[in-house]
Design a protein around this ligand. Sequence first.
Ligand code: GAR
Length: 188
Amino acid sequence: MKLAVLVSGTGSLLEAMIKDGLPIALVLADKPCRGLEIAGAAGIPTLLVARKDFRKDGKFDREAYTKKVVEELQSRGIELIAMAGFMTVFSKPMFDACEGRILNSHPSLLPAFKGESAVADALAAGVTETGTTIHVATMELDDGPILAQEKVPVMPGDTIETLWERIKVVERRLYPAVIRDYARKLGI
Ligand code: GAR
């Protein structure tokens, strides 16, 4: 399989995928981040398609950004895309080009707590458990067919950081296994 991993931050899920031995053909980021450094150190090809370079009328040009990423992925023959803490939302051209080939790991038990502050929102809501969801990404944000979910307890005194790290421990184990299983089903 030719797998691309998309990152924006710490890259600890990427690190787990590398340790797992997944055949990562490309790590793409939307801003300079530790994820890119980890990939570079592991000898994996990297590409920065910076959000800040895609502006139109003073706003982020999501359409142009999406088209550029699609072009880069297609030119490299990428067959499966795993978003691992990638914080840019793509527009329609991505889902037209790669339907059913984009996976995402989200730090909540979807459909609860969609969006970029999932961990903070779960904490603020006072739930006693949250978790992680690995799903096929579709046009609708944090939606799409669920491939795996696992619960994580919220402990007394948890902060966003302690709870998020407890969730990530699960993601680092679950996501590589789900990617392998999904690729097998696609026959790649
Ligand atoms: C993970 O918890 C992932 O679920 C989340 O970002 C973290 C990435 O961690 N993704 C999202 O919130 C996407 N909406 P990492 O940078 O340490 O790999």
